[in-house]
Design a protein around this ligand. Structure first.
Ligand code: AHG
Ligand code: MN
Ligand code: MN
Length: 352
């Protein structure tokens, strides 16, 4: 018997039909992301063949060396979205400031924030990488988008998702009605629904963090890591898995249960917030985790309630099963007062 095949386009359309008055703009926007993902997949899957590996020599806005595929992916997503009339502005991890829609194209009512290639240090060793995207509704009244439209707390997201380029290429997204996963069938060139309504399993299996940073972590985070591994009376130790591409680590933990964390530390007292970016990385996975029944915190409170102040703002991140995220907050509350005070000026919680 032939099974019912649901392409990502059909799925998005069917979901949108549930909203009376929907115009199709949103459907088009997600479909453009899926198409960008296919083009990036095509490039990443041939990376070893095409002499496109290695750094291009330029440095991105956070001072990291850009890989060629970073640049390709950044331009691909930009080009797929600059002329559609669906967006009023964009922002990319690879670019310093707001990306305006060119003046000769129409603008729309959404903004798109994206990390074109996540885990790019893994490219030249053929390890999983990803793309992350987040979509907010425009909140200002002018024709063009502004920073105010980009700097919105995650609790206002209208959609977010990621693509993981791995054994298979998958796109996972949520519009606030659960989390749905699609696997690319390369022979068809279509993303097919393979994981409907993903829920993080109640029983977690993995913890994921760069334990090479252990000596830099605060006492509470160190103790938390030990607890996850079975010390301090934890009767349910977890296995360690760490890929070093957040998308891939998050995806595995979403399917099997667990926690991924990249904490802040006190190595540089003026930078107590860790490595990951609030707008390009943390908001999207926090939104997806919550939609799948999990949680995400900066160690103090909910990631989605943090009011961004700058585009490339960094944030500590603990994401996965709710009880594991809450345990991190508990250890930090108990042992990390000095860090909490150092980090407080960088954190603006939304008053809800
Ligand atoms: P990006 O490639 O977009 O700069 O992100 C890399 C991030 C994230 O994917 C990963 O979890 C983390 O950096 C790994 O950092 P470490 O190498 O410090 O563990
Ligand atoms: Mn990244
Ligand atoms: Mn990146």
């Amino acid at each position: 018997m032939v099974k019912r095949l649901v392409t990502i386009e059909r799925h998005i359309l069917e979901k949108e039909r549930e909203y009376p008055g929907a115009t199709g703009t949103f459907t088009g926007l997600l479909y453009d992301m899926a198409l960008s993902a296919k083009l990036i997949h095509r490039e990443t899957s041939r990376a070893g063949l095409l002499d496109i590996l290695g750094a291009v020599g330029t440095v991105n806005s956070s001072g990291e060396v850009q890989q060629k595929l970073d640049v390709f992916a950044d331009q691909m997503i930009y080009k797929m979205n600059d002329h559609t009339g669906r967006l009023c502005a964009m922002a990319s991890e690879e670019r310093e400031s707001i990306i305006d829609i060119p003046p000769h194209f129409d603008t729309g009512k959404y903004v798109l924030l994206y990390d074109p290639l996540d885990g790019s240090s893994n490219i030249d060793s053929n390890v999983s990488i990803g793309t992350i995207f987040a979509i907010h509704k425009k909140v200002t009244s002018g024709v063009r988008g502004t920073m105010e439209d980009l700097l919105q707390p995650g609790n206002r997201l209208v959609a977010a998702g990621y693509v993981v380029y791995s054994v298979s290429t998958m796109m996972v997204y949520s519009t606030g009605q659960g989390v749905h996963g699609f696997t690319l069938d390369p022979s068809l060139g279509e993303f097919l629904l393979s994981h409907e309504n993903i829920r993080i399993p109640d029983k977690p299996h993995y913890y994921s963090a760069n334990l090479g940073n252990l000596s830099h972590w605060t006492p509470g985070v160190r103790r938390y890591a030990e607890w996850l591994g079975g010390y301090h009376g934890n009767p349910n130790p977890l296995s360690l898995r760490y890929i070093g591409s957040m998308v891939a680590d998050f995806h595995r933990n979403l399917l099997h249960g667990g926690v991924f964390f990249y904490p802040g530390d006190l190595r540089k007292p003026d930078k107590p917030y860790g490595k990951l970016r609030l707008l390009f990385e943390a908001q999207a996975v926090a939104f997806l985790a919550e939609q799948a029944g999990g949680a995400a915190s900066d160690g103090i409170g909910r990631i989605l309630d943090i009011q961004p102040t700058t585009l490339h703002q960094r944030v500590p991140l603990f994401v996965g099963n709710r009880e594991l995220v809450e345990a991190a907050e508990g250890f930090i509350r108990e042992y990390d007062q000095a860090w909490i005070e150092a980090y407080a000026p960088y954190r603006q919680a939304v008053v809800t």
